[in-house]
Design a protein around this ligand. Structure first.
Ligand code: PMV
Length: 338
């Protein structure tokens, strides 16, 4: 497994420059998929079955500081606390660093990662986490790599991280190459300043089944999964048109249907995957009622219990009134910290 990844990294890194620094820092935004990535055509290289499309969350994401240290092992900090080396978070991170260490000219590293969103609660913090790490490593090694290559490196850490190396709307091309060289994300050159994403924080606990296992189980056991790739392809086209034409109703409707279709494939898996909590279902009903009453609000939801709302800035007061404690992201607002 490591060998295939190592070969992929070797090919990617052959054009990298080298100007090693002592330390570096980078920020990457979290992203919310409007057309979801669900299913892998290659589990080792993290190659997706379908292309996906996301919106990055501006200043909500991860800041990562990396520093060379004279120590026998990496030191990992998450949100200010040291993470013991044997915990899965630290092991996954060090395993990823091992892939890139030959180009860093470094032994052990201290990695200090801080999320401005809850970790592992379906709010895609692994996406911003791996993207921020890759951006920081590019600066640490002085590689000067382009975003497309950095997107492919981030992809190895977590699929959705491929999209978090950009702001704004992003498309991750599934690609066809079995070696993974054409599966990268690209920014869609379009801004939509009125667009807002609301995060309904129902539950910040770790989810029982991570997305990686969830999508593998769905693809292997759900009869409904067969319909997913065509649904995703059609939705992606609709979303691209909706973005180009600033057609909010089509954007919202397509994103909501796409997310619920993904959950339908999970429900038909065995054992079934039910990420919804009672509060999730209550929130979905509330969103649908608000819409029936004339408010233009739609939802999307990842492999977790927390729905995200899609709406326009003029409706923000109404949605804050309907959802106490709603966290609102402004994807095209003040530039995110570099
Ligand atoms: O990047 P992963 O392996 O955490 O998978 C992400 C899967 C979803 O969040 C459910 C969908 C997506 O496209 O982000």
């Amino acid at each position: 497994m490591e060998e295939m990844q190592a070969r992929f990294v070797e090919r990617l890194m052959k054009d990298a420059a080298s100007d090693p620094q002592a330390c570096s820092t980078a920020f990457a935004p979290s992203n919310i998929a409007l057309c979801k990535y669900w299913g892998k055509r290659d589990a080792i290289l993290n190659l997706p079955v379908n292309s996906s499309l996301s919106i990055s969350l501006g200043s909500l994401g991860t800041r990562t500081d990396v520093r060379r240290i004279d120590a026998p092992a990496d030191a990992v900090h998450l949100n200010g606390l040291e993470v013991p080396a044997e915990l899965p978070f630290a092991r996954r991170l060090s395993g990823f660093l091992d892939l890139l260490r030959p180009w860093l000219g470094a032994g052990a590293l201290e990695v200090d990662t801080r999320n401005t969103i809850p970790t592992a609660a379906g709010l895609a913090s692994s996406a911003s986490g791996f993207a921020a790490l890759v951006l920081a490593l590019d600066r640490l090694g002085g590689w000067g790599m382009d975003r497309r290559s950095l997107s492919m490196l981030a992809r190895l850490g977590s699929g959705s991280a491929a999209r978090s190396v950009y702001d704004g709307f992003v498309q991750w091309h599934a690609g066809h190459d079995p070696a993974g060289g054409d599966s990268f994300a690209e920014r869609i050159d379009s801004e939509w300043p009125e667009l807002r994403i609301g995060i309904v924080e129902l539950c910040v606990e770790e989810k029982p089944v991570g997305s990686r296992d969830g999508m593998n189980r769905t693809a292997a056991t759900s009869a409904l999964y067969a319909s997913w790739p065509a649904q995703a392809a059609a939705d992606l086209d609709l979303l691209r048109n909706a973005i180009a034409e600033r057609d909010f109703a089509t954007l919202g409707r397509t994103a909501e249907r796409n997310a619920l279709a993904m959950h339908a494939t999970m429900l038909a898996a065995w054992p079934p995957l039910l990420y919804f909590q009672p509060g999730t279902v209550e929130a979905i009903h509330r969103i649908q009622r608000l819409r029936a009453d004339g408010l233009a609000v739609y939802l999307t939801i990842d492999a977790g219990p927390n729905p995200k709302l899609l709406f326009r800035s003029s409706d923000e007061p109404a949605l804050r009134a309907a959802f106490a404690g709603l966290r609102v992201a402004d994807p095209f607002g003040a530039a995110s910290p570099a």
